[in-house]
Each structure stands twice: as C-alpha cells, then as structure tokens.
Ligand binder design. Structure first.
Ligand SMILES: *[C@@H]1O[C@H](CO)[C@@H](O)[C@H](O)[C@H]1NC(C)=O
Ligand SMILES: *[C@@H]1O[C@H](CO)[C@@H](O)[C@H](O)[C@H]1NC(C)=O
Ligand SMILES: *[C@@H]1O[C@H](CO)[C@@H](O)[C@H](O)[C@H]1NC(C)=O
Length: 761
C-alpha cells in the first residue's frame, strides 16, 4: 500500500518534472512579448539544444538573473553563470524578468519596487526574444534582425563565438557597493589589457604589429585577436586545444584578477583551467589588496599573509603598522625574499644605493613606511611613503623589504623625574584602557586608582606652582579629574555658553577647553570606565578628551577647544559660510570620514559614533576637523535600542555629506531632493549657492555618488567607512548608486531591528 503510494508519488513527480521541461522547451524556442520569469515561479527560458538557460539564481540572500550552463552533462552545482543582467545588481525574492509589450526586457526588483535594469529597446520594434544555442540571448525585430544581444553586454565571461571589442569590458562580480577593481579591456592599441582601477595595466596580450579589431574565443578553445581583414594576428590556447571531446568552454575574468580559459572535463566532471593570463597569481596587481603579502602555501596555492597578525587576520594595518606617527619611535623589520609595492599611489621613489643606505634613508624620513631593496646589476632602493601597499614573497625572490613599525610605547619624553613617574603611570593606565573590555573590572579599578593618584600629584603641583598644568602630555591618555568646584572656577560659573549644555572654560595654563554637561546621573563606575576608554582614543580629527568631573551627581567632560565652533553653526552663519570654500568642504568631509573610519576599525574595542551630524563636527582655527561626542553612545548609553552600528554611522555620514555640499538646513529633505537633482543631471543645483569660486565636477560627482550609497535604506548596501575614505580621496572609483527609495529619513527603531535580523539570518 505504502509502496504503491510512493510509486504513484514518484511517477507524479517525474511527470511533473518532464512537463516542466516540456513547458520550458515550448517557451524556449521563441519568447513572446509579455513573457516573464520570476523568482517565485522559479521558471527558465532554455535554449533549444538545452545547453543554456536563463533564470533567477540566489546570491548572498538576494537574487540575480542570468544565463547559465544547463546541459544535463553538467551537474547543477557546476552549471556556471556566464551572463548576468546588470552585473552586480541584486534583487529581492519577489522579483521578475519580463519582455514587455513594448519590446523592452526589464528586471523588476521587489525589494525596491522599481525597474532595476532594462535593455532600453522599447523603440526598437522588438517582436520576440530567443536564447540561442551558443548562450546568446537576443531580441529580434520583425525581420528577425538582432537589435540587442547579451553577447554585446558581457559580465565577466566570454563564450565561444562572442566578440569582444574596444567598447566592451569584462569585470568580475563584487559583493560590495564598489565594483571589482579588476577589468579586461581592449586598449587603444588593439591589445587586450588586464587593468587594476583605470591606471595600472598588469597584463597585455603580446605586442601585435597590427591593430586588432576584436577578440574572439573559438569553439576549439583558441582566444584570438582579429584585425579588420578578419585575419588572426595573435592567439593563445590551452593544452586541450582541438580536443574534440571538449564541448563546453568559456573565458572568464575571475575575482582574483586573473583571466582564465576553462573547459569542461567529462571524465572528472569539472571545469578545468587550461590557460591563465598571469602565470604567477602573486603577480596580479594588488592580489592581496592592502592586506598583506602574497605567498604560495605548501599545496602550491596563493594565500595572503599578514606579517603582524595571526594567520587569516587582516586589516588596513597589515603592512603599515599605524596610521599615525609613532610617538614612541619606530624601527625597521626585515623581510627577506619579499617585494613590496605601493598601491595608492602605485609608484615608489627609486634611489640607486646600497642596502645600508636604503635603510638609513627610510629611518630618517618620517613619511617612509617601508623600503624594498633589489639588486639586479644596479642596486635599487624603492621607497614607499604610503600605508596602502601590497607585496609578494617567494624563496626565489632576491629582494629584501624593511617595514617600519612602532616601537613598544615607553616613556621616553625628556622630563623631570617627577613627571616621568607620572608619565609612566599614565602609560600603564593606557594599556588597560586600550585592552578595554578584556581587562575588565580590574583594569577599570586600576585606571580609577591611577587617575586618582595622578590627580593628587597634579593637585600638589597645582597648589605649589599654579602654572604647571602644561606638564600634562597631551598624548598620554591622562584623564584629569576635576571637582565640580574647579569646573565652576574654570568656566567662571558657566558664564560662556557655546552650545547646548556646553561651556567654555580656561585651564590654569590658559588653554581653552569646552566643558560638556552630560546632565545624566549615570553610575559612577560606568562613567569612569567610559571616560577611560574615550580618553584612550586618539586621532587628529577626533576631539581630545582632556578631563572629566564625576562629583556626586555631576557628570561633565572636558574637551579641547575648537575655535571655529561647530560645522553646523558655520554653515548657518553667512560670514563663516563664505570661508567654507569647496576645497575646504571636501577636506572636511574627508577628515570626518577618516575619523569615523578610525573609530570603526582603529581602536581595540569597536566604537561607533552613534550621533554623527554637522553639530558634532567642530573646526579649529585652521578649519581642521575635530569630531566630538564619539563613543558616548557606545560607552554611556543606557538605552539598548539606539542604533550603534557602523551602518548607522555610514548613513549619518551620507546625510552630512549632502548637507555640507548643499548648505541646506534640513538634511532629511535635502537628501531626496539632491538625489532627484542628481538623477536629472542637475548636480550643480545641489551645490550651496553661497559658495564662491570653482567647484570640481569630478569631486562633486564622487561625493554625491558615495553619499547616495551611504544613504541606501538597505543597510547591507552601504559601503564601509574605509571605502568612503578611498572614494573621497579619489583612489577608488564608485558606481552609480541605486535609488535611495525608502528615504534618508532619520532613524527608526524598526529599521534597526531589520538590520539585526539581516545579520542573524
Ligand atoms: C522575502 O524577503 C523578505 C524581505 O526582503 C523576507 O521578509 C521574506 O521572509 C522572504 N521570503 C522568503 C520566502 O524567503
Ligand atoms: C562578430 O563580429 C563579426 C565581424 O564584425 C561579425 O560578422 C559577427 O556577426 C559578430 N558575431 C556576433 C555574435 O555578434
Ligand atoms: C586542429 O585540428 C584540425 C583538424 O583536425 C587540424 O587541421 C589543425 O591543424 C589542428 N590545429 C592544431 C593547432 O593542432
């Protein structure tokens, strides 16, 4: 009985499957206007030989639509995607792909509710579509002439028979808002070129005497350059060239920046790479990003190694030890058989000298981050002044690299014996400060005790020699504890108010400070712990915490004073606003971005800003940025529902960018308005009309594009602060942003919840 039921069931399933296949075949031969495939229906358009199909496939919890191999001789998990509509475009789970009545092929994204991609053929009299047997998806007019084809819009792959010419580009897919840095072009000289960004060409196809017209991969596995007269002028092929057992091949620019020719091996049931453009993967430019040194492991596979960190851990400090100058001095660490090169900028300074002199040059130059010494007949010392570098290491390499690292922090500042003692204890404070959470309560108690000890010492000195306040080194992380009475004295009884709950004060050494009354009764232990953590964060664009007051119910923070006040006030003040030139605004944006990037990645404990806005960006007398209020949300907030994610900071930064460029008072409305203007190609109307002088259109485009990426309602779409910095620096290109859709309206708790769902799911 059960067996019978099972049999009936399985027959039914089989019938269903074959019916679906049949249905697909019926649909496949010619796709009529109005036809559609969707994520929900999970249907496909199939080529008449069944070798290729076009349909949705899932990609990092979202979906893409594209053409993939469909032959029954290839297992489903190896049915590689060869073309994607809109390349890096990802859509929601109710999306569909349709050939509409006007003859336009379009992709509707259910997540954003808009058309995410179209073939732009509504005026081309398209009457049908067809997925050809060679994997080319074509739109045809009444005369059966191809008016649009997927072969003319390649993603990362070329199939046999597909032309590749000067206006085309292959680019690997990217899972971040910025496209992959790698691309394949046909250069002006008619050669194929692999490029990193637009400037670095790390591979070219031979050196043909004649200029090529197009490149083509033939069915027998030859990649050729063809001239105007259809003559082959250059070609390469893999070891299975001419092998009649191979039915499927493709050429793909892989995510690692290498161009490879693949063929399907029936025997092993796998795709085999039969040729690759760059023989040694470690020679692909920036193959390890700024993430270290490319080496081959025991199994002969390229891996990225970070000299300073445990295996597998990378961050921007992988090769350059610190983004700030080392206060405690530096030393050079030697790596044999290692070659390093700058990425931003890519060119090293070359000096012809010996190794010893090379080392000395770097030691003496504070900007030098590393050197590589090579001797190929003439000794070469390649000096790097950038933290963005990459490298490779191999026992066969004769080059030697020296990387500058900060020495361990020790009190080396020349001072009186007494203050040396203080310095030492402050250094001790700082280490547990930095270790932060890990050090836990013990660290906090130690900090409090040492702070208190310092406080007494300072007080004795203060009493003895009323002006010795200046002896406090601004870099020690020393948190000066002040009594409420002292605060009252410093501010002359809170006489000068310079912001909401912020007062100006003057320290005994005449240094002005800004004193913020937190107006909270936060628990003393928690407050002191927060103070010690905030005081241990240094960056030239973050407002420095000089001290605090924790008397009975008073909780105040003493910050360095920024003469020009907040950026918000400056933008509203007609006179100050004039002084905020375009150049200045761009450098302000970049400085804020760098400061937030540092908060997100440079501190031992993760810190979000939590309340980024123009009012919290202060400017000193040189218009140098000092971001204030950082860490308060992370360390002091008692509400657990406030958004404290990096993504929330990125969105707030996007809002701020729009406000700084437009000078607009209401950032929320300005974002959508700015996006509309930008979309309508009226970017200049966004720019603050009070701005005199020139605006760089390139910078404006970059800033707007990255701002709109930051403002994406879907937090997963937003870039990281590191990417924002690079885009503003001009060292990273930025794609056209999709619509913001559900606005840049300020935070709602529901959005916060969505984000945490997305992370856990
Ligand atoms: C579809 O996506 C929405 C949000 O984008 C999600 O809430 C829902 O669970 C998804 N449905 C399925 C069937 O995955
Ligand atoms: C490739 O280019 C050649 C020469 O221009 C042309 O004859 C051929 O039809 C093209 N193939 C495709 C698929 O577009
Ligand atoms: C490939 O095979 C064809 C026919 O079998 C032959 O004419 C041709 O010379 C071969 N090419 C190479 C490069 O072996």
């Amino acid at each position: 009985m059960l067996r019978q039921a099972k049999l009936i069931f399985s027959t039914a399933v089989q019938l269903c499957v074959s019916l679906t296949l049949l249905l697909n075949f019926v649909v496949s031969s010619e796709i009529q206007l109005g036809s559609k495939i969707s994520v929900e229906d999970n249907n496909f358009w199939v080529s008449s030989n069944g070798d290729f199909a076009i349909g949705f496939f899932s990609y990092f919890n979202l979906y893409k639509v594209g053409i993939h191999f469909n032959s029954s001789s290839i297992p489903i998990d190896k049915q590689t995607v060869v073309w994607v509509a809109g390349a890096d475009l990802k859509v929601g789970n109710k999306s569909y792909f349709q050939l509409d009545e006007s003859g336009e092929l379009f992709l509707f994204d259910s997540d954003t509710g808009i058309t995410a991609w179209t073939s732009k053929t509504s005026n081309a009299s398209v009457v049908s579509a067809l997925l050809r047997d060679d994997g080319n998806f074509v739109l045809l007019n009444k005369q059966k002439i191809t008016v649009w084809q997927s072969f003319d819009n390649p993603s990362d792959t070329l199939l046999p028979g597909q032309n590749f010419s000067a206006s085309r580009v292959l680019r690997p897919p990217s899972n971040s808002p910025v496209s992959s840095y790698y691309s394949l072009y046909m250069g002006d000289s008619g050669q194929l070129q692999l490029r990193w960004e637009t400037s670095i060409i790390y591979w070219t196809s031979g050196n043909p005497s004649q200029s090529a017209h197009r490149a083509i991969l033939s069915a027998d596995g030859t990649l050729q350059l063809i001239d105007q007269t259809s003559k082959s002028i250059w070609s390469i092929f893999g070891d299975d060239h001419n092998d009649s057992n191979v039915h499927f091949r493709f050429l793909r620019l892989d995510a690692d920046g290498n161009l490879r020719l693949y063929s399907w091996q029936n025997a092993s049931s796998s795709w085999r790479s039969v040729w690759q453009a760059v023989n040694n993967q470690c020679d692909v430019f920036a193959t390890c990003g700024v993430h270290g040194i490319c080496v081959f492991n025991e199994s002969g596979l390229p891996v990225c190694k970070c000299p300073y960190m445990p295996a597998g851990e990378f961050n921007s400090k992988c090769l350059a030890s610190s983004d700030e100058n080392c206060d405690s001095g530096s030393s050079l660490i030697l790596y044999e058989h290692t070659f390093l090169y700058g990425i931003y900028p890519p060119n090293d300074t070359i000096v012809h000298t010996n190794l010893q002199e090379c080392k000395t040059l770097c030691e003496k130059d504070p900007r030098c981050t590393a050197v590589t010494f090579i001797n190929n007949g003439t000794p070469q010392c390649r000096i790097k002044n950038t933290r963005y570098m990459s490298g490779k290491s191999d026992p066969s390499l004769g080059s030697i690299s020296l990387i500058k690292t900060c020495s361990d922090p020790v009190a080396v500042l020349p001072q009186s014996p007494e203050s040396k003692l203080i310095q030492k204890s402050l250094r001790k404070i700082c280490i547990p400060c930095l270790i932060g959470v890990a050090a836990g309560t013990f660290g906090i108690i130690l900090v409090i005790q040492l702070c208190a000890g310092f406080y007494f010492l300072r007080r004795r000195k203060y009493i003895r020699k009323k002006t010795d306040f200046s002896n406090v080194d601004p870099n020690t992380g020393g948190c000066i504890m002040l009594s409420y009475a002292e605060i009252t004295e410093l501010t002359e009884n809170f006489k000068l108010k310079i912001g909401p709950k912020v007062f100006k004060g003057v320290l005994p050494d005449k240094r002005p400070v800004a004193i913020k009354d937190l107006a909270t009764s936060i628990e003393e232990r928690k407050f002191r712990s927060a103070v010690s953590k905030i005081a241990s964060i240094f960056h030239k664009n973050l407002l420095k915490l000089d001290g605090y007051c924790c008397d009975s119910s008073n909780r105040l923070l003493v910050y360095e004073f920024a003469k020009n006040g907040s950026l918000g006030d400056c933008l509203e003040d007609p006179k100050m606003c004039k002084r905020l030139t375009w150049r200045r605004r761009i450098s302000i944006c970049l400085a804020v971005a760098r400061a937030i990037y540092y908060l997100h990645t440079g501190c031992r404990v993760y810190v979000s800003h939590g309340n980024l806005k123009c009012e919290n960006v202060l400017l000193d007398d040189n218009f140098e940025v000092k971001v204030s209020e950082f860490g308060l949300q992370t360390f002091l907030s008692e509400e657990s529902d406030t958004e404290q994610t990096a993504e929330a900071d990125v969105r707030d930064f996007g809002k701020m960018l729009v406000k700084i460029m437009s000078g607009s008072q209401n950032a929320d409305d300005a974002c959508e308005w700015a996006y509309e203007k930008w979309l309508a190609d009226q970017s200049y109307e966004i720019v603050d009309s009070r701005l005199e002088g020139s605006v760089s259109s390139d910078e404006l485009q970059r800033a707007l594009r990255i701002a709109f990426w930051c403002l994406q309602a879907d937090a997963r779409m937003r870039p990281s602060m590191g990417e924002v910095v690079k885009v503003l620096e001009g060292t990273l290109s930025v794609d056209i942003p999709p619509p913001l859709f559900s606005h840049c309206h300020s935070r709602t708790s529901s959005e916060g919840k969505l984000e945490s769902n997305a992370e856990s799911g």
